[in-house]
Write a new protein. Structure first.
Length: 131
């Protein structure tokens, strides 16, 4: 026996948000990187500097799981372990964080993830607590 929906207002069914633009953007970035690596013949350099890529992978996991940015992980690792000049490490950290946050913002927008509380009293409590 089938059950009838006895609710007066059934839960609205929203179409699944599309992430097609996100995946197209990611594909364009990866394609551009692959093309640049091939055209400039940088694959040999990449085989020597792969630990930097691995650092950025771990940095992105930490950035996604915490409030720390990926640059907060990359900068000390670059300057202490890889002996990269602090000015270069800083610029790269800001660049990679900008790319990451842009992709995260695009994902949040396309996924239609709702904002957290915008309740003014929450802000006032936080402000009073931090004072």
């Amino acid at each position: 026996m089938k059950h009838k929906d006895v609710r007066k207002d059934p839960v609205p069914v929203h179409p699944k948000p599309t992430l097609k633009l996100y995946w197209i953007t990611a594909l364009v970035i990866v394609s551009a990187w692959t093309a640049a690596m091939s055209l400039l013949n940088w694959w040999a350099m990449f085989s020597e500097t792969w630990p930097i890529s691995l650092t950025m992978v771990f940095g992105s996991f930490i950035a996604g799981a915490t409030s720390e940015g990926g640059g907060a992980v990359a900068f000390p690792v670059f300057t202490k372990l890889f002996d990269i000049e602090p000015a270069d490490a800083k610029v790269f950290s800001f660049f990679i964080q900008s790319v990451g946050m842009t992709m995260a913002g695009l994902f949040i927008y396309l996924k239609k993830i709702p904002k957290t509380s915008t309740n003014k009293t929450d802000y006032q409590k936080l402000k009073a607590y931090s004072s």
